[in-house]
Design a protein around this ligand. Structure first.
Ligand SMILES: Cc1ncc(COP(=O)(O)O)c(C=O)c1O
Length: 483
């Protein structure tokens, strides 16, 4: 990385220049630097509204970058060790979908773990790709899905030599990584691309005590959530390309669904955050690691909880662990993760990332302080004192192996009928069902609805999980494929 070059922030600098030029706007957005919407300007501030502008010559064009966005993307590529970087303004969802749509056309296969984010399976609905699922390992004690074992990926590759790509979570929401380097070597030997969902792995690029990043491992594309742990504004993201990915074609795929009015608030936030990470990433994540390690130790002193970490690493389905993820097992105090999540917010004013049936996740990142961590730890201790109970009868696993009957696109667009959810056992779903967060489907279109899945959904509902994906917002009914 060229540190001298990394001091630049071309999009940010172009916006500063534009402000000084005092151009009279007869283009959109119609608020005209905030003047037309005083309440919004009061709320967000004049400085923010003054750079909420549309693309114009001095600011380049996100869909066809030739000047400052191009330069900013080149700097991002250099900072992340990529061949090319695309600035994305549709969240990491858009980056995941672009990777998959670029790698895999209709009826072409992609090998992936089933514990992927909904955006990956959505891409198969959109493009007609065919999933070949590798079941992730599972940890029996905490009930969580793990990474993919190399041997399982190898089996899937050998059984599906015509697959075009392998997609890997790097890491999972819980912080678990598969053997990405091993998978890259294997997939490349068989002429397949490797795509990494790095929604939770931005920081891997900036600290050598963190798991290997996709670009370092030799992956072909990676979707990186700058907005999650990189410090940029919500919805801003990067799509990174390695040596073998076709830049021009990927840009065309991105432009199939990308807005033609990319937000300069988001673009400048990517530019400034990349500069910050490139220049100060090591110190930032030194501190994040220190805070997370300390928090893990303190949580484990409380008793009942387990803040798991690198001790899970086994060289197979947990190849590495991201220590900045404070994943905590809560079933030991007789509470579902989602219950602890709700109590933390409602009684203690603490918002964590997610709670599922047996775990919670607190993300420790660039904006955290020791004081905030102390508050989290003391609140967890108090919750244990006030609310702990017997864990008997609690649902003890998060992952259910799917029975895929029909491919996602065919199922989504099939003729359907609506049935009451409790009567759906044995039928094939045409819809997604997932707890959000984390947004990993319990059911995807084309999968058989089993009694175990219905019990999981009923339990998750009872515990207060937000269940999403179906047309029926209350999930009392579900669309199934008509016979
Ligand atoms: C693993 C994973 N991939 C992709 C996404 C999509 O990211 P975004 O919300 O930025 O669209 C998420 C979001 O939580 C995620 O957890």
């Amino acid at each position: 990385m060229d540190l001298e070059q990394q001091k630049k922030a071309p999009v940010f600098e172009a916006l500063e220049t534009l402000k000084r030029m005092r151009v009279v706007p007869f283009d959109v957005p119609g608020h005209k630097r905030g003047r037309g919407n005083p309440e919004l300007t009061e709320f967000l501030g004049q400085r923010a509204l003054s750079v909420d502008v549309n693309s114009m010559k001095p600011l380049d064009n996100l869909c066809h970058p030739v000047s400052v966005i191009k330069e900013a993307e080149e700097l991002a590529a250099d900072a992340f060790g990529a061949e090319h970087a695309f600035f994305m303004v549709g969240g990491t969802t858009s980056a995941v979908q672009a990777m998959i749509l670029a790698a895999c056309r209709k009826n072409e296969k992609i090998i992936l773990p089933r514990n992927v984010h909904r955006s990956a399976i959505n891409a198969l609905v959109l493009g007609g790709g065919v999933p070949v699922y590798v079941n992730p390992g599972t940890n029996k004690e905490y009930g969580i899905p793990l990474g993919m074992e190399l041997a399982e990926v190898e089996k899937a590759i050998e059984q599906n030599p015509d697959a075009k790509a392998v997609l890997v979570n790097n890491p999972t929401y819980y912080g678990i990584c598969s053997d990405l380097k091993g998978i890259v070597e294997l997939a490349h030997r068989h002429g397949m691309l490797v795509l990494a969902d790095e929604a939770h792995g931005t920081h891997f690029y900036f600290h050598d005590e963190l798991p290997v990043s996709a670009m370092e491992a030799g992956a072909d594309m990676a979707a990186v959530s700058m907005h999650k742990t990189g410090g940029s504004l919500t919805q801003s993201s990067l799509l990174l390309l390695g040596k073998n990915a076709p830049e021009g074609y990927v840009r065309q795929i991105i432009n199939l669904t990308q807005t033609t009015s990319g937000s300069y608030l988001l673009l400048s936030s990517l530019d400034i955050s990349r500069r910050n990470l490139a220049l100060r990433g090591k110190q930032i994540f030194d501190r994040v690691l220190y805070l997370a390690r300390d928090a893990r130790e303190e949580v484990n002193k409380i008793g009942g909880y387990c803040a798991y970490g690198t001790e899970l690493v086994n060289g197979r389905d947990v190849f590495a662990f991201d220590e900045t993820k404070l994943s905590i097992y809560t079933r030991g105090i007789g509470l579902a993760g989602i219950e602890v999540y709700d109590i933390l917010r409602d009684d203690y004013g603490i918002q964590i990332e997610f709670g599922d049936l047996g775990n919670i996740l607190a993300i420790i990142s660039v904006g955290d302080t020791e004081l905030a961590i102390e508050r989290l730890v003391s609140s967890l201790a108090e919750i244990r004192r006030r609310f702990s109970k017997s864990a008997e009868g609690m649902f003890d696993h998060e992952y259910i192996t799917p029975d895929v009957v029909v491919r996602p696109q065919k199922a989504f667009y099939a003729d359907t009928r609506v049935v009451a959810l409790p009567e759906a056992a044995g039928l094939v779903s045409a819809e997604f069902v997932m707890c959000y967060p984390p947004g990993i489907p319990i059911l995807a279109p084309g999968e058989r609805i089993t009694q175990e899945i219905l019990s999981y959904i009923a339990y998750a509902k009872e515990k207060g999980c937000s269940l999403t994906g179906t047309q029926d917002i209350d999930l009392n009914t579900i669309h199934v494929i008509a016979d």
